[in-house]
Design a protein. Structure first.
Lengths: 211, 177
């Protein structure tokens, strides 16, 4: 056996046989002798062993990698498309509830003054499906408004999106483990979508405006 | 022929649905495997997968410059899975243990990249090697040799030599990556 033989594709088959422990004793001895003298052959043996090890890990994990046609279809439906909102991409299999407005400080005249360093805040409360969403909107920086939210629910929200009524891009809003979020946003009308496990709560036509 | 991630992303940004489907097929298994290994319930794994791919969909333009898409998917999936696990509070693992150390995270990213690299390399093999390797290593449950032989239309006795030939080809392809 020679280095030239073992560094061809046919030679690679001999190395695979060796790495699998399926070589005859003579072949194994021959390969080991060449590998001891040839860094190229030693490297190829290492490559084969790494390939087999990775395949072994893949085989052990095969059940975890399985994706059903239904799961696949749901992910395919999330393809980026200019005309589609994130809401329609989720599809109609998600349990969705629309939140109703319970309190708007602007309507009641109970504007919160002197809060947060003297800024005036507008206070809104929405409720749906056992979830209460509290929003405080005040003047922010660079001409934007600052919206602080607090989600009160048995299970925390995983994520949130602020989708403008125009074709402008949606804003991802990070909700922390305590259900709080904060976002700077231009005045306008939005849908606020809160994502929970297996369901979502939507505040449609949220008018983001100061007090 | 499988396309590199960056090319698929560019096609996605141009509205190519087939490119998006190819990326889902390439990375959905990885996403599900991570959340399932964390023993999350099936419906929570579905939620994690949807959040990860929805995030990917929205941030495509930013992600296209990422060096490793496997690394990105692994990192985001682990983050969302940890958040889901903490919410469920079904394990006795402490808050300290829930935090992933940077060295461990780096090792997991390397492992994710290897898994994606090998599956991509297998997809680049021609038939019957692609089918044979997929059946022997990526199928659950693992099929018996006679089932493999029947599916591929070859004699059971020739699976061994065919397997060696295909593994050699796969190793050679990976060597050139």
């Amino acid at each position: 056996m020679t280095e030239a033989q073992l560094t061809t594709l046919a030679g690679m088959e001999l190395l695979v046989e060796y790495a699998l422990g399926e070589s005859s004793p003579e072949h194994a001895k021959g390969i080991e002798a060449v590998a001891a003298q040839s860094a190229a052959v030693a490297k190829r043996i290492a490559q084969v062993q790494t390939t087999l090890a990775t395949l072994g890990v893949a085989r052990a994990d095969a059940a975890n990698w399985r994706v059903t046609p239904e799961q696949r279809a749901r992910l395919i439906a999330l393809a980026p498309a200019k005309s589609q909102s994130w809401l329609s991409r989720l599809g109609d299999k998600v349990n969705e509830a629309f939140a109703a407005l319970v309190l708007d400080s602007r309507a009641t005249g109970q504007v919160l003054a002197g809060f947060r360093g003297g800024r005036v805040e507008r206070h809104l409360i929405y409720r749906a499906d056992g979830v209460e969403i509290e929003l405080r909107i005040s003047a922010g920086e660079m001409g934007k408004l600052n919206m602080i939210g607090q989600v009160h629910a048995d299970t925390p929200a995983q994520n949130a999106f602020l989708a403008p009524a125009t074709d402008a891009a949606e804003t991802v809003v990070d909700v922390d483990d305590h259900g709080m979020f904060e976002v700077g946003v231009a005045a306008g009308v939005y849908s606020l979508v809160l994502i929970f496990a297996g369901r979502q709560i939507v505040i449609p036509s949220l008018e983001v405006a100061a007090a | 022929m499988t396309q590199p991630d960056q090319q698929l992303i560019e096609r996605c940004l141009g509205g190519d649905q087939a490119a998006w489907t190819a990326l889902v097929d390439r990375y959905s298994g990885l996403v599900y495997s991570i959340s399932r290994r964390m023993m999350l319930p099936s419906e929570v794994c579905d939620d994690v997968a949807q959040i990860v791919f929805a995030t990917f969909s929205r941030q495509l333009a930013n992600i296209r410059s990422q060096e490793s898409l496997a690394g990105w998917f692994g990192m985001v999936t682990r983050r969302e899975s940890w958040r889901a696990k903490k919410r469920l509070r079904r394990t006795a693992v402490t808050e300290v243990a829930l935090a992933v150390e940077p060295a461990a995270e780096a090792a997991e990213v390397d492992a994710d990249e290897q898994k994606i690299a090998i599956r991509t390399a297998v997809q680049q093999l021609g038939p019957p090697c692609r089918e044979l390797i997929s059946m022997l290593f990526f199928s659950d449950p693992e099929p018996r040799y006679n089932e493999v032989a029947e599916r591929l239309g070859i004699a059971t006795g020739s699976i061994g030599p065919t397997r060696r030939r295909c593994l050699a080809r796969l190793s050679e392809n990976l060597r050139h990556l």
